[in-house]
Design a protein around this ligand. Structure first.
Ligand code: FES
Length: 143
């Protein structure tokens, strides 16, 4: 099970040194087939959206569309994914991420904002992209 890593301070990011794979799996099979991409540390940053080496930046660079309304700056919750495998290899969520994450529907203990989540490459990672993600352009209204 994932969760907190006692050896890494919240927000501390360890970039991968070796290649590893991320599998993006739609929660709803109607959204498409799972996609597995290889992450090459030499290609980090994969783009300008999200933390360098973040799951979101790697997804977007590989044509895996995950919503990112705020542009990957930890100011929305639309990039919510569920890290089913490899969560223990990722940087721990900051308080800011936790606060934004609370707005995400379908929250689980393995939920993360993928623009803020950077695996260290010591293990392959599998993420579930929530079914509402496609075309989900606004945060869930709340009072
Ligand atoms: S894209 Fe807005 S928090 Fe990740």
């Amino acid at each position: 099970m994932g969760g907190t890593n006692p050896y890494i301070k919240a927000g501390e990011i360890v970039l991968p040194k070796t290649k590893y794979k991320i599998t993006f799996e739609p929660e709803d099979p109607a959204m498409g087939e799972p996609v597995t991409v290889e992450v090459d540390p030499e290609k980090i940053p994969y783009g300008e959206t999200g933390q360098p080496g973040s799951i979101l930046s790697i997804a977007l660079a590989n044509d895996v569309e995950i919503e990112h309304t705020c542009g990957g700056v930890c100011a929305c919750s639309t990039c919510h994914v569920i890290v089913k495998e490899g969560l223990e290899t990722c940087n721990e969520a900051t308080d800011d991420e936790e606060d934004q994450l609370e707005e995400a529907p379908g929250l689980t203990p393995q939920s993360r904002l993928c623009c803020q989540t950077v695996p260290d490459g010591t293990k392959n990672v599998r993420v579930i992209v929530p079914a509402w993600n496609k075309n989900f352009v606004k945060e869930t209204p709340h009072d």
